[in-house]
Design a protein around this ligand. Structure first.
Ligand SMILES: Nc1ncnc2c1ncn2[C@@H]1O[C@H](COP(=O)(O)OP(=O)(O)OP(=O)(O)O)[C@@H](O)[C@H]1O
Ligand SMILES: [Mg+2]
Length: 444
């Protein structure tokens, strides 16, 4: 992948360039916006890292120029630490992501790798879109981000097949929503969609819940009852939190899936069931299968097709649209979200994903006095912005210092006088810092 770096600070520019080159990317650098635009035209990079504050053609303007020339080019904006409003401004202006100074190189690399993946996916999606008549979805699902587009495209593809689908994703990412979508896109949208929450049913009632029972099968079974498998005949059985299924039930479920037949508790005959099974879990079921915490054969049965739901912090571009979606759903009068508020919402990490965002909006609407949501209406943890812990900050600064030192040293072939000069420190301090970071001239 080709990356363009635009930054007026030579040190920062070289640090980034050196780091990315080492990671195997093709890099070109520009000291200002005009130069960046010339390079962009000439080299067609897929990604630009732009310092938000540059003399002349400012980062914002450069962003607009780049997107005007190639809307598919990705742009990560580098913003000053703690500047309120910039994150949302740059996202609104069309940036794909932002990073705060001092740049955390590990985080930068993660973002770049994510973009690379997205670009691959975008190619795939474009390909699939050609072969698939992608009509409107039968339900309202927000997801313009590349990773959600990929998920939705997979959902469309698996919907028609009779095989089991396993939906994996963190809590609140929309697993149930996608399960319903797959059902509605499938061949029998009018047949029942029956849900079983494997975490919520007491173990001793589970078998009867799933497969039903005959009258008198056990104490309290005073009449015959059909189980959810049967109720879902011809339609979809949704096994939520399937990772919590007790071991005994795992084997019974496996048998039902293999034989496509069930029998009720206390029943004599088998009943054929043509039920499609969709399972969901927020656990790493593969890992559980590997350690024996989940039956491996059942895992493979369920996981014939799989759909992965990305966490919300990996698709922040969906946040403004989701906010609008939930406002429309829950606000009793037209309500807007202030710029600063949206900025905080876009930055929050959402361990509880979309559900957390939904709750935040509901709660804030209750607290809001006017028709504009203000930062003070947001919960404490969102209002405080991303937490940089003392330790974490020191770690980041150390990593950055180490990276700057080694880049400077490498550039002058480890001549310490020259490196010290470049870095603007004395040789003595340089030697001290090299010792601290364990930096030594690599042996060839
Ligand atoms: N892409 C989306 N667009 C609109 N609403 C969404 C989206 N994703 C999730 N939601 C909403 O967020 C809430 C949580 O979604 P859902 O219940 O499907 O998550 P889940 O992954 O099943 O969570 P859990 O693991 O906790 O069971 C629901 O109210 C759902 O409607
Ligand atoms: Mg759920």
């Amino acid at each position: 992948m080709k990356i363009l770096i635009a930054d007026d600070e030579p040190m920062q520019r070289e640090l980034l360039a050196g780091f990315l080159l080492k990671q195997g990317y093709a890099v070109s650098t520009a000291a200002d916006g005009e130069e960046a635009l010339v390079l962009f035209q000439r080299e067609h990079p897929q990604l630009a890292l732009i310092d938000h504050r540059m003399p002349g053609l400012m980062g914002d303007a450069l962003l607009v120029e780049i997107k005007a020339r190639n809307p598919l080019a990705r742009v990560i904006m580098i913003t000053a630490y703690g500047e309120v409003g910039t994150a949302v401004t740059v996202m609104k202006a069309g940036a794909d992501d932002f990073l705060e100074k001092p740049i955390d190189l590990t985080q930068l690399l993660e973002k770049i790798q994510q973009i690379e993946q997205d670009l691959d996916i975008a190619d795939d999606v474009a390909e699939v879109a050609e072969t698939l008549a992608a009509g409107p979805l039968p339900m309202e699902i927000i997801g313009s981000s590349p990773s959600m587009q990929e998920t939705l495209s997979v959902a469309r593809r698996v919907a028609d097949s009779p095989w089991s689908v396993l939906i994996q994703g963190e809590t609140g990412t929309g697993k149930e929503l996608i399960a319903r979508l797959i059902h509605l896109l499938g061949p029998t949208p009018d047949a029942p969609f029956v849900e079983v929450n494997c975490a919520a049913i007491p173990e001793n009632l589970f078998e009867s819940e799933l497969f039903g029972h005959e009258k008198g099968a056990f104490t309290g079974a005073d009449r015959q009852r059909r189980g959810r498998f049967e109720l879902a005949r011809g339609g979809t059985l949704f096994l939520d939190e399937v990772g919590e299924l007790p071991p005994l039930l795992q084997s019974k479920l496996l048998r039902a899936l293999q034989e496509k037949r069930i029998h009720r508790v206390g029943g004599e005959r088998d009943i054929a069931v043509d039920t499609r099974v969709i399972a969901a879990t927020n656990r790493d079921l593969r890992a559980m299968a590997e350690t024996g915490a989940f039956r491996e054969d059942l895992f493979f049965r369920l996981n014939v097709l799989d759909v992965e739901l990305p966490p919300l912090r990996r698709r922040r571009e969906d946040i403004p649209e989701l906010v609008a979606h939930f406002l429309k759903r829950y606000a009793r009068r037209p309500t807007r979200v202030g710029l600063e508020t949206m900025d905080l919402l876009v930055r929050h990490d959402y361990p509880g994903n979309v559900r957390e965002l939904e709750h935040i909006i509901q709660r804030s609407l209750t607290l809001a006095r006017g028709t504009v949501l203000q930062p003070k209406d947001l919960p404490e943890e969102v209002r405080q912005g991303p937490q940089v812990h003392q330790g974490a900050l020191q770690e980041r600064l150390d990593a950055m210092e180490r990276e700057m030192l080694s880049a400077a040293l490498a550039q002058v072939d480890w001549v310490q006088t020259q490196a010290a000069e470049r870095l603007g420190i004395s040789e003595r301090v340089l030697r001290y810092k090299m010792g601290k970071h364990g930096l030594q001239r690599p042996k060839d």
